[in-house]
Design a protein around this ligand. Structure first.
Ligand code: DGP
Length: 114
């Protein structure tokens, strides 16, 4: 999709530090990390948010979650634990309108989140 930041990363037009590449999904480091491990996992296809993706393509939704888990394995944080987050809409502070799974870990994450 034109003018979409994460479509640009998926296409290789916008630089990012890639950590895991799959045919339909991609993991890269967050520019503003909130934990020692903070990776964003996206679908290469454009979907605005997690609800849209889940209804449009449940198989791809499952692939996104599996890629997130594989990122956590690769980062070595499954033993200590990690958090998976989707922000949707204004109140959740979704700032990029292309579905992205935050995979966070490497420290005590605390609960509830802010
Ligand atoms: P959210 O608030 O859920 O929409 O999270 C968007 C995340 O995207 C935020 O944690 C910062 C990250 N981000 C924004 N611009 C860039 C970028 O150009 N490159 C990378 N790697 N991450 C970005």
């Amino acid at each position: 999709m034109r003018d979409c930041l994460f479509c640009g990363i998926a296409a290789g037009d916008t630089p990012a530090t890639l950590v895991l590449e799959r045919p339909r999904t991609l993991g890269f480091r967050d520019l503003n990390p909130q934990a020692p491990t903070h990776v964003l996992v996206i679908t290469r296809d454009h979907h605005a948010d997690v609800g849209t993706l889940a209804h449009a393509d449940p198989t791809l939704m499952a692939e996104l979650m599996a890629t997130g888990h594989d990122v956590a394995v690769q980062e070595g944080i499954t033993g200590t634990g990690y958090r998976s987050v989707f922000n949707s809409g204004r109140d959740a502070h979704q700032s990029v309108q292309h579905v992205h799974l935050h995979v966070l870990g490497g420290r005590d994450m605390g609960w509830p989140p802010g």
